[in-house]
Design a protein around this ligand. Structure first.
Ligand code: AMP
Length: 116
């Protein structure tokens, strides 16, 4: 059994504002939202980073995107648009070692990267 933070949320062992869960993925609100809508969609299985995915993860990776699209519609941000982000390892700024898709929307998000 995996012992990371997001695995504990997936299993309901620590509280989170869960919006959706199925056999492959779980979606919950980010505890420190960077936009009016900030939802994380995670695989139920603890894959550490995008650098660790394999061919067998194709279905779950597809499900992450499909669920993010549905939640964006449910949250009312699909018409104006939104951003999906997956940070990977140190240079990508990943803090939690469990793959997660950030869904951000509800305001203009500006340029993709901060200018140096
Ligand atoms: P990243 O930097 O891509 O690894 O993003 C990790 C995200 O997890 C951050 O946006 C955090 O605010 C969020 N986060 C950390 N702990 C929790 C938690 N207990 N519940 C919900 N979101 C969390």
């Amino acid at each position: 059994m995996s012992g990371g933070l997001f695995s504990k949320i997936v299993r309901g062992e620590i509280p989170a504002d869960i919006l959706y869960q199925d056999d492959l993925v779980t979606a919950f609100r980010d505890v420190h939202p960077q936009a009016p809508v900030h939802v994380l969609v995670v695989p139920n299985r603890e894959i550490p980073t995008m650098a660790d995915v394999a061919a067998e993860d194709e279905a779950v990776l597809g499900r992450l995107l499909l669920v993010a699209s549905r939640i964006a519609a449910d949250e009312g941000v699909a018409a104006r648009g939104y951003r999906l982000i997956v940070n990977c390892r140190e240079d990508g700024g990943q803090e939690v070692p469990h793959v997660h898709l950030h869904l951000l929307g509800g305001r203009p998000l500006g340029p993709m990267l901060a200018r140096k």
